[in-house]
Design a binder for this molecule. Structure first.
Ligand SMILES: Cc1ncc(C[n+]2csc(CCOP(=O)(O)OP(=O)(O)O)c2C)c(N)n1
Ligand code: SF4
Ligand SMILES: [Mg+2]
Length: 249
């Protein structure tokens, strides 16, 4: 996929083992397999490690905006240039904490964006603070005794807000993720892709979840398809990651 990387930006700033590289690769492969032209894309991101996925690396128009606001900027781009494919890369803090209202209202209005949320369950770039997506009991720098709060279910939120395409995968499911990004890019209206991704440095290390490979093994071992999950009790689903297409409308 190096042909899509901006000349001079071949070296990544991501930590070794970070899930962001897998997301970048899946997105570029989806565009490549669809035969789409990077000149027809605008990639929009916020502030956070995940904000660096498209910018400055993708050799296309990229808009690296402020924390929490990529969906607002992307909405403006889409309204001004409806013929462009507008793709948002947003962190879980970026999209679900400070940017939560932009997210639900863009879904409600069915703005034609493809939004990928890199859900690493933490504020990675700023030092590992608790996020609205951090699972209960997990130790972070701001919850040293364990997170007392429930985590947001971003796919349920997107569906409740009216998003017509909603899917969740993990970085272990790179091929499924690529297929879903392809579907999202050809689906009319707001499409939402949540990717559970490892941040071994600010999350795995502090929460005692091991290194990047161990975190991905746990995604493999704990992921449950929507079909299987529908046969399981709430108790059985504790600690599991439900993956697949939640809505295709
Ligand atoms: C208005 C504003 N508030 C807070 C910050 C500080 N800040 C920058 S990134 C970030 C959180 C990053 O977490 P997330 O969005 O999940 O991205 P990640 O680094 O995990 O990919 C915060 C709080 C900021 N830059 N601007
Ligand atoms: S701090 Fe975490 S999310 Fe940020 S680049 Fe490093 S591993 Fe990735
Ligand atoms: Mg994060």
């Amino acid at each position: 996929m190096m042909k899509y990387i901006r000349p001079g930006a071949e070296q990544t700033t991501m930590c070794p083992g970070c899930g962001n590289g897998i997301v970048a690769h899946s997105a570029l492969r989806a565009i490549d397999e669809l035969g789409m032209d990077m000149n027809n894309f605008v990639f929009v991101s916020g502030i956070g490690c995940s904000g660096w996925i498209p910018s400055p690396y993708f050799n296309a128009d990229t808009l690296h905006t402020t924390h929490g606001r990529p969906v607002a900027f992307a909405t403006g781009v889409k309204l001004a240039k409806p013929e462009m494919k507008v793709m948002v890369f947003s962190g879980d803090g970026d999209l679900a904490a400070i940017g939560g209202n932009h997210f639900i209202h863009a879904a409600r209005r069915n703005v034609g964006l493809t939004v990928i949320c890199i859900n690493n369950g933490i504020y990675g770039m700023t030092g590992g603070q608790v996020a609205p997506t951090t699972p209960r009991d997990i130790k972070t720098t701001t919850t040293p005794y364990g997170n007392p709060e429930r985590a947001f279910d971003l796919c349920a939120l997107a569906q409740a807000a009216g998003a017509p395409y909603v899917v969740r995968w993990t970085t272990y499911h790179a091929r499924q993720l690529t297929r879903s990004i392809e579907k999202a890019l050809t689906h009319k209206g707001f499409s939402f892709i949540e990717v559970i991704a490892q941040c071994p440095v600010q999350y795995g290390r502090r929460a005692g979840l091991g290194n990047a490979a161990q975190m991905m093994q746990s995604y493999r071992d704990n992921s449950i398809t929507i079909q299987r999950a529908s046969q399981m009790t709430e108790e059985e689903l504790r600690g599991k990651i439900i993956v697949g297409e939640f809505r295709v409308a």
